[in-house]
Each structure stands twice: as structure tokens, then as C-alpha cells.
Design a protein around this ligand. Structure first.
Ligand SMILES: [Zn+2]
Length: 591
């Protein structure tokens, strides 16, 4: 990012950490000549093709062709973003990020104090639950919900006894009651906020408690659940419950199971479904989807079986589609929520779950079924109504995928095309400008009259986010680009290989004037959607166009060969065309 202040921080941190040491925490390295070699942590391999160059403080994998510096390494291995990598490495190097103003310093210190307090509280509640007579009501509640101690301990579930248990503990330990109050753990009168409740920590993806949600053990209590207030440490809608425990399994299985409630997730983990997480305390938010997207591209949504749950699922499908994530929706028939479903299945939970997950339709199909629910599709009036609902459903997806969805809806419903064609006013005015108009890659949002090519757009994106080269380069070769884009692409790629993410700023002065111009303009006014996924998508689109061009070239050549009765050439061209057509179809299906 070309902002000088954060640049300084990156440079300072980079000077203080050793890439070799950082890598060694994850990969066993062997020294060969000047370099270190090991098995690449980013792809499966049996012999080492992952190289770390200590002089350059850079790394490169000859297998998957990923490369970068210490920041990119941490980004990939910790599944975080650039900012997150900077923070992790700064902590390790003892670098204070930015010169903090006194107010900022105060805020950062108070956040640290809150986090320490929340950690202490979680330990206290857990201790009370399992190791004191006062924890009995909590143990009874968990028992009635069939939560085993082993599972409860993984979630660090605890119990806050009646009265002032935690407050007294803090006093005995000479800890600050004010901090505990600010963290939302004590009421103003000094009593425990979570008294007589089973307390579940809401932890970030690294396992740090940020807040609590708590279930009462009293029959006469109206409010079953209460939650921590928002604090400088906790912003509702930014945390995914269970992610710290589920992240490895999400990576292994390639998808996350997204549920609504904390107990859904706890029961799921107890039943061996360890990639389950929940949007905690709110309907799914954009921030939460972005967080999940760091770990996976696919969500299996398992929401409550009631109407509210089904509507929440539809919203989640759309939200995920806006971030190019695939979704499937599983329904827990005969139960009110996943918790109840899994508990009823008892010993068979894992097997029943497998069946449920296999049957789950895609998010889009789920929405179609919802649209037609209760209608009789052999009745003309009903068909029209269903078609209208389907149109509305499709119009909420990002524009580039609407056409394909319309096709699928036609096949699914067996209605004629015109019923599903978007009406002009719906297209303009679907009431959801953000999902409907902003396309997958933002191309549609460019101001009219300033049309740029896909290639140019990709170059702009790479100028702003050079790390995207790591993936873009695996998707296209330079000669698949238009001639006018090829030179600058290769130059930028070389710069990136030499100098990593900051190379461009250092080497830009040596670029031809018009290339400098393009890059500076991209920095000054970044394209609307700076995202690696978008870059990859653009690269694939360029590749696809190139392949289609080649395909029609071959077809022209083919008719020429047929006229010339050159049977050998005909056979060869036919085979080529077939192969190409298959590749094109493959790409379009995936895209
Ligand atoms: Zn690799």
C-alpha cells in the first residue's frame, strides 16, 4: 500500500525479523549452499521445492510457484491479511505500530487490559464449573444438554455462581474492578453480570476471549441468554463463534458448516463435526463473511428449521455470493435446530449428518425451492407467481451470474424463457443496488464512457495489490494477454519477484513513462474492488477469451482444410478443437 506511514512500519518490522526463523516455525529447513530448502507448506509434495533465500529475505516454491517475503509468508500460513501479518510480526519484533498519539496509546493499553481481564474471567468461570461445589447447577445444565466435559473444556465453558463470585475473586487477587466493569463482567452495583449462568466465551480465531454469552440455569429467569456489551475489545458482527477450534478442520474438509447458535456448534463439535461455526449474536454480517472467506470458499448453512431460519439462510446465501463464496443449505427436518437434531440422532449423529450434508442443495437451488414452496406448478396462475418470485430471487445475485441462474431456473421449473427474463425496471430498480449492480469484479461499476479492457483492469489491480501476482501468474501466461498489456505485465512481475510487494515503488522510476502513468493512476484511484479473488477471476476471463479466440481460429482453419481435402490436417484440427472446447466448457462451468 503506497501510504508512507504504514510503509515505515513494514520496513522497520522487516528489518527486525528473520524470515528463516519465521519459516522454521512451520517448515523443517535444510541448508544447501547459501539457501535453505524444505517441503512447501502451501502444496502437497514429497521432495523439497520450497526455497528460502536469507540474503534477499525472500522465498519461492518451484512446485506451486508461490513466492514473497516474510509478510506474504505469514499472510498465507496464518490465513490473515497484510495488516494482520504486520501486527503478528510487529509483536514478535517488539515494534510498536505507528507512533501512537497519547489517546491512541491509551486506547491500545486499555484494550490490552480488557483482553487480559476477559481471559482471567474465562479461567475463573471454567474453574468454578468443574472444580467447585458452586458449579453444580452449571454441570447439571450441560448434562441435560448432553455436553460432555471434554467438549465443554475445548470451548472453555464455565459457570458464574450466584452473587459476587467473580468480584470477590478479583478483590482477593487485588485486580482492578473497574477493568472488569468495563469488560462487561460486573454490574454497576458490583455484582457479577453473569451470576447463575453457564458462561460461553466468544473467542476470536486465535482463541482469545472477546466476550461471553451466558445461559441462565434458573427456571424463573425470563432472559434465557444474555451477552456481553460491545467494548473496545468486542464488536458484535465481527466474530465467528468456534472459528479458533474449527479452522483446521475447515481447511481439511474444504468448507465451513455455518450455524446460528452457540449450542448448535458445541453439540456439533461433540458429535465430531469439527468444522462447525456460528455467526454469533447477530444475523450473518459482511465482516463475518469476509473473515470466513480467509479460510474457505464454501459454506454449508444449517439454520433453524422455522421460517426465520429459512429466511436467514437465504440472506446468507446472497451475502456469500457477493463475496464469491459457494453455499449449500441443509435442512434439519423434524427438529427445531441443529442442536436438537444431532442430540436426537444420538450415536448415529455423525452418520445422519453425513447424509444431511450430501443431500444439501446449493444455496441458489434452496432459494428456488423456497420460491415455489406451497405452489402447484401445474396451475397456470401458480406458475406465474412462482416465476415472479424466482425473478426476484435471481435479481439479488451479482449481475455476472444472473444469466446462468436464469437458465438453471428455466430448466428446473420447465417454464418458458420469457417468464423469467428480468423485466427492465426490475433490472434497474431491484431495490438492492449493492448486490445486484456491483458485479463480481466491479467492471460494471466503472463510470460510463471510460471503458477499459479487462487486461488494463487486471494491471491496475496488480499495481495496487502486487501480492495477487502469486495466484494470477498460475492462471495466465504473459502471451495470453493483449500485446499492449504484455510488456508492463512482465516488467511488474519481474519487479515483484525481485522486490516483493514494495518492489514496484522502488523500481517504478525505471519504467517507461506511460507505464509509470498507468501505475500511478491506479495508486491514486484504485479500482473499485481490490481483491485477489477478483484478480484471479479477471485472469481467468482473459484466458477464456483467448481460448475462445483460438477455438474460432481453429474452426476457420478446419473448414479450409476440409475444402482442401487434407484429411490428416482435418483430423488433427478436429482433435484440437474438441480438446479446446472441452477446456472452455470446463472453465465456464467452474466460473
Ligand atoms: Zn509450493
Amino acid at each position: 500500500m503506497p501510504t508512507p506511514s504504514s510503509d515505515d512500519a513494514f520496513a522497520e518490522v522487516k528489518a527486525k525479523v528473520d524470515l528463516v526463523k519465521v519459516v522454521q516455525e512451520h517448515v523443517r529447513l535444510t541448508k544447501r549452499n547459501k539457501d535453505f530448502w524444505g517441503l512447501c507448506p502451501f502444496h502437497q509434495e514429497d521432495s523439497p521445492s520450497f526455497k528460502v533465500n536469507p540474503q534477499m529475505q525472500s522465498w519461492y516454491c518451484f512446485g506451486c510457484e508461490r513466492s514473497g517475503d516474510v509478510f506474504t509468508f505469514v499472510e498465507l500460513i496464518e490465513k490473515t491479511d497484510k495488516r494482520g501479518a504486520l501486527q503478528l510480526l510487529a509483536e514478535r519484533a517488539g515494534v510498536e505500530l505507528k507512533k501512537l498519539s497519547p489517546e491512541q496509546k491509551e486506547r491500545s493499553d486499555s484494550r490490552k487490559r480488557l483482553l487480559a481481564m476477559l481471559k482471567l474471567a474465562a479461567q475463573f468461570y471454567e474453574y468454578v464449573l468443574w472444580s467447585t461445589p458452586a458449579g453444580e447447577p452449571g454441570r447439571r445444565l450441560l448434562g441435560s444438554r448432553q455436553v460432555k466435559e471434554e467438549t465443554a473444556r475445548r470451548f472453555q465453558i464455565g459457570y458464574d455462581p450466584a452473587g459476587r463470585g467473580f468480584a470477590d475473586y478479583l478483590r482477593a487477587k487485588k485486580r482492578s474492578l473497574a477493568d472488569a466493569q468495563e469488560a462487561g463482567l460486573l454490574r454497576r452495583d458490583g455484582t457479577d453480570f453473569f451470576a447463575e449462568r453457564v458462561v460461553i466465551p466468544i473467542r476470536d480465531e486465535r482463541g482469545q476471549p472477546l466476550a461471553f454469552t451466558a445461559r441462565t440455569v434458573r427456571q424463573d429467569e425470563q432472559r434465557k441468554y444474555i451477552n456481553s456489551p460491545e467494548t473496545p475489545a468486542y464488536v458484535k458482527g465481527r466474530v465467528i463463534f468456534g472459528l479458533d477450534l474449527a479452522r483446521d478442520d475447515i481447511a481439511r474438509r474444504g468448507h465451513a458448516v455455518l450455524m446460528e447458535g452457540q449450542f448448535d456448534v458445541i453439540t456439533a463439535h461433540g458429535a465430531g463435526i469439527q468444522n462447525a461455526v456460528a455467526s454469533s449474536g447477530t444475523a450473518l454480517t459482511d465482516d463475518q463473511v469476509r473473515l470466513l472467506k480467509r479460510f474457505t470458499d464454501e459454506l454449508l448453512l444449517v439454520f433453524d428449521a422455522d421460517r426465520a431460519g429459512r429466511q436467514a439462510a437465504q440472506k446468507a446465501v446472497l451475502l456469500a455470493a457477493g463475496h464469491q463464496m459457494r453455499t449449500r443449505v441443509a435442512s434439519v427436518e423434524g427438529a427445531k435446530d441443529p442442536d436438537e437434531y444431532l442430540r436426537a440422532a444420538g450415536e448415529d449423529a455423525a452418520k445422519r449428518w453425513e447424509e444431511l450434508a450430501t443431500k444439501a442443495p446449493s444455496g441458489f437451488e434452496f432459494g428456488m425451492e423456497e420460491a415455489a414452496a406451497g405452489l402447484n406448478l401445474s396451475n397456470a396462475n401458480h406458475v406465474e407467481l412462482a416465476a415472479r418470485r424466482l425473478r426476484e430471487w435471481i435479481a439479488q445475485f451479482p449481475t455476472p451470474i444472473q444469466e446462468e441462474y436464469r437458465e438453471r431456473a428455466k430448466r428446473w421449473m420447465g417454464v418458458s424463457g420469457h417468464l423469467l427474463a428480468a423485466e427492465p425496471d426490475e433490472r434497474r430498480n431491484s431495490g438492492r443496488p449493492n448486490t445486484a449492480k456491483v458485479g463480481k469484479n466491479g467492471l460494471e461499476t466503472l463510470p460510463a464512457g471510460k471503458k477499459i479492457t479487462v487486461g488494463r483492469y487486471l494491471l491496475q489491480l496488480l499495481a495496487v495489490r502486487p501480492v495477487a501476482f502469486d495466484r494470477v501468474r498460475t492462471k495466465i501466461t504473459p502471451d495470453e494477454l493483449d500485446e499492449e498489456d504484455r510488456g508492463i505485465y512482465v516488467r511488474m512481475l519481474e519487479t515483484y519477484e525481485r522486490g516483493g510487494v514494495f518492489g514496484l515503488e522502488k523500481e517504478l522510476a525505471g519504467y517507461p513513462a506511460e507505464e509509470q502513468d498507468l501505475i500511478r493512476r491506479a495508486w491514486a484511484a484504485p479500482p473499485p474492488n481490490v481483491d485477489e479473488e477478483v484478480a484471479v477471476e479477471l485472469a481467468e476471463r482473459i484466458r477464456l477469451d483467448r481460448m475462445k479466440g483460438r477455438h474460432s481460429g481453429i474452426i476457420r482453419e478446419l473448414s479450409e482444410a476440409e475444402r482442401g481435402k487434407d484429411s490428416e490436417r482435418v483430423a488433427r484440427l478436429e482433435a484440437e478443437a474438441r480438446e479446446l472446447a472441452r477446456a472452455i466448457a470446463d472453465m465456464e462451468r467452474r466460473g
